[in-house]
Design a protein around this ligand. Sequence first.
Ligand code: OOB
Length: 540
Amino acid sequence: MDDFSTDIPRQVWPEDFAARYRARGYWRGETFGDVLRARAAEHPSRVAVTAGEVNLSYADLLSRAESAAAGYLSLGLRPGDRVIVQLPNVAAFLPSVFGLFLAGLVPVYALPAHRRTELIHFARRAGARALVITERFEGFDYTALAAEVQAEVPKLEHIIVAGELGPFEGVPAPAGLPQVDPSQVAFLQISGGSTGLSKLIPRTHDDYIYSFRASAEICGLGPESVYLCALPAAHNFPMSSPGIFGTLHAGGRVVMCPNPNPETAFSLIARERVTITGVVPPLALLWMEAAPKTRHDISSLQVLQVGGAKFMPEAAARVRPTLGCTLQQVFGMAEGLVNYTRLDDPEEIVVNTQGRPISEDDEVLVLDDAGNPVPDGIPGHLLARGPYTIRAYHNEPAANARSFTPDGFYRTGDIVRRLPGGYLSVQGRAGDHINRAGEKISAEEVEDHLLAHPQVYDATVVSIPDPHLGERICAFVIPREPRPRAPEIKAFVRARGIAEFKVPDQIVFVPSFQTTAVGKVSRNVLRAELRARYLAEENT
Ligand code: OOB
């Protein structure tokens, strides 16, 4: 099967919207390359990135990115070509990615946890010609993984192994680099994927730069800010809310954290005098457990952002007393819309809501099942449209028809209540993904892997509330005889080459899926029934 796409990704807003977003100063016709060049010209010697013992100044970062750009182009890659980037939180991340931007190439952000099956899917769907990796990280050999992927996707011509400070170290800066159009797609982000495999999210220079510039302002970032990148840098949250790009835009310093466990993160906060960082709720809980006992001085931390999954009010209320900093809740999505509680909001709002949108031009609808607006305070489906929310996924006509209204609103799949002042409180999800510690996992995708096992007759995957993870993955399996054992099924799924976070946490064998619904049962109904029955039994 050769479904390798050669289409250059596009993202198009209707002309009247684009004109308005420009007129209001959101879209400024700047590219990622322009942002880096401007900062490097303003303060070349200021440190931009710290990773371990490495400190890269803004001038260093620009020159490393230029070397990378020259190297990419020397391979014959051409502007518009897609390049998968699978890098952990290391110094090479930013030079590698800025190098792609300078060369007009389009990064496709994979997570370090992604494995063969996911990378093959991204490579084909994006039509990627190259893959940038680091040789090893935390004992895992990324070169072996890359070779497996390349064997399946021969059109992925180049595996580029970045050195400590990026790929093509020492290659002279090119005499000229391609002109890059700020209204074009800068990169492809990976969606959590509520149905089936991850979709690719095309974000333009104009729209994304607006989102992190405005985020940096909301979060009060400036030259003195030090941002700890604790979550995987490829995630939208640490990348742009305000994350690494927002910090660089503000002229601050990014500290790469290789692992978000409290010991590593706290020692970096203390050593680098970190002022702000972002984590998912399960990590916030761990950090709050560890803080009273730590030997590290984390008093420099002014703001802890928590997002990616619902942060419960009881936990939210403990952030200031235990960590001594301001909590900011962040409710965002790689497709666009990001909400923040503001730093000067009353405690009541910060603890109980997931914030309000970045922009006055973020249009938010909260609708009932029939598509009619619900009054404030009543839960409904959240839809969004605005200057940094996409209008379409890349090469997904069927998903686009489902996920966007004819007038361009994105159906987020979240159930929210809108409160006075436009604040949102997230109530849950309409769809069937599992939010496991902030990683979004499609039930359908995991079911497909289970069904590939010869001793699995049928399988249904649901989310179960979990005290540590927020939600865990529970698979209900109807086995064939001889009945397989749970560890064997997990090992089988893992061996299919998927991220570890998608392997079911729990397998429950059932003789059949008895349901009360008559006739042809949709998977959604079945999942809801199995989840309800499991929870009822757990509580008896
Ligand atoms: C962030 O982005 P994604 O694309 O990994 O996931 C988006 C989904 C949302 O639709 C929502 O279901 C959930 O993650 N979510 C939250 C949340 N933040 C995200 N649910 C409840 N409370 C929150 N605070 O996760 C993301 C992107 C940018 C900034 C922050 C998070």
